[in-house]
Design a protein around this ligand. Structure first.
Ligand SMILES: *Cc1c(COP(=O)(O)O)cnc(C)c1O
Length: 381
């Protein structure tokens, strides 16, 4: 009996355990330690950012951005329907009304044309996602928001770290962007995240809100002689043990991205031939974007085939999965949104998308097994 191939599998890629050991030896296990600073500097340089605040998750980083923007009841926040819950939840829990935007059919990012139709004076934030690590049409999205001075863009870049759009890093376009280091992402520490702060004017307040509304950070840096409660906030900070593990991963970013690119291209080549006969289609990375290679998916002709292929692959010892269940028609999405809820491309893609196993160390023989199982399951439909 051969082992089932999982959808995703975290792996040690470098000095994670040595750094974890070192962090414990330094006796600074909480937030704002030495490894947290190293991660923040590395990520800041990669984005050309004013600062990067390490958090316990991408969800927390999104919540922090909502607090920094002062989102409150009456404000509208536009998010794609085709995304993880957190993109919308972080703003909904501040009392915002959510307006769901459809996706365009190439990268499955927010559709700039639909966005334009959704914008009005009550919209305070727009939160695009770079799906699967491929940049969305961010320039058209920014253009659509021009002339609305009370509106800010927050990029949910959970999947796109080190990807780029027309040579610029994903995550460097919005006022803020957010990252995830959850075990299913490209760079992991179990649970972790970061808020990328792109404007110097936001740096001080981002640090305060990340540290329970206190100016303890400024105190530790010797900038004030005592620290006190100065603002709203929460305890969003990443433990230095997790930051140490994460730093071991981030140091190996070139190797990790190269491995993922190999797996992605292997699938593309192996599946290309069957596209016309099989009636499925493969991911497209537009010429002007560099993917972060977060996942691999196939689009099947209809929902029934997709669901049958998932079952057929499971029987053949290979995991596969659908992805986001549209938020615009979810129970809580209906409660917190104001739109007419029409996102036809989201409904279509969500019903037909199938994710294949995708992780750093997926071997050539495993990829062979995945493709065999996929084609056999599809042929049996
Ligand atoms: C994974 C993911 C999140 C949530 O990340 P956490 O670190 O688990 O909070 C948010 N948005 C998108 C697009 C994601 O893929």
């Amino acid at each position: 009996m051969t082992e089932t191939i999982p959808l995703s599998e975290p792996s040690l890629e470098g000095n994670e355990l040595a750094y974890l050991d070192d962090a414990i030896g330094q006796r600074h296990l909480s937030a704002l330690g030495e490894y947290s600073r190293k991660c923040s500097e590395l990520l800041g340089a990669a984005h050309g950012a004013a600062d990067v605040v390490m958090t316990t998750s991408c969800t927390d980083a999104l919540e922090l951005s909502a607090l920094l923007l002062g989102i409150e009841p009456g404000d509208v926040v536009v998010v794609p329907s085709f995304t993880y819950v957190s993109t919308a939840l972080a703003f909904a829990r501040q009392g915002a009304t959510i307006r769901f935007c459809d996706i365009e059919p190439v990268t499955f990012g927010m559709d700039p044309n639909h966005l334009e139709a959704l914008l009005d004076g009550s919209v305070r934030a727009v939160v695009p996602v770079h799906y699967a690590g491929v940049g969305c049409d961010i320039e058209d999205i920014l253009n659509a928001t021009q002339g609305l001075p009370h509106l800010d863009v927050v990029e949910d870049n959970a999947d796109g770290l080190f990807g780029s759009y027309r040579g610029e890093p994903l995550g460097s376009f919005g006022r803020f962007s957010t990252l995830s280091f959850h075990e299913t992402k490209n760079f992991v520490c179990g649970e972790g995240g970061a808020l990328v702060v792109n404007r110097p004017g936001d740096v001080e307040r981002a640090r305060i809100l990340n540290d329970k509304g206190t100016n303890r950070g400024a105190f530790l840096r010797g900038q004030v002689d005592r620290h006190t409660w100065v603002d709203t906030g929460s305890s969003f900070g990443l433990s230095d043990m997790l930051a140490a593990f994460l730093y071991g991963q981030l140091e190996r970013r070139s190797e990790i991205l190269a491995k993922r690119k190999v797996v992605f291209e292997r699938y593309q080549v192996m599946l290309e031939g069957g596209q016309r006969d099989g009636g499925y289609s493969l991911p497209v990375v537009p010429e002007d974007r560099r993917s972060a290679y977060h996942m691999y998916y196939v689009i099947l002709p209809d929902r029934a085939t997709r669901d049958a292929v998932i079952d057929g692959m499971r029987v053949r010892g290979v995991a596969s999965a659908f992805h986001y269940v549209p938020l615009h028609s979810s129970p809580y999405g209906l409660e917190v949104s104001d739109g007419d809820g029409e996102c036809p491309v989201t409904d279509d893609v969500a019903g037909r998308l199938l994710r294949l196993p995708f992780y750093n160390n997926l071997s050539e023989s495993q990829a062979d097994r995945v493709v065999e199982a996929f084609l056999a399951a599809l042929a049996a439909c």
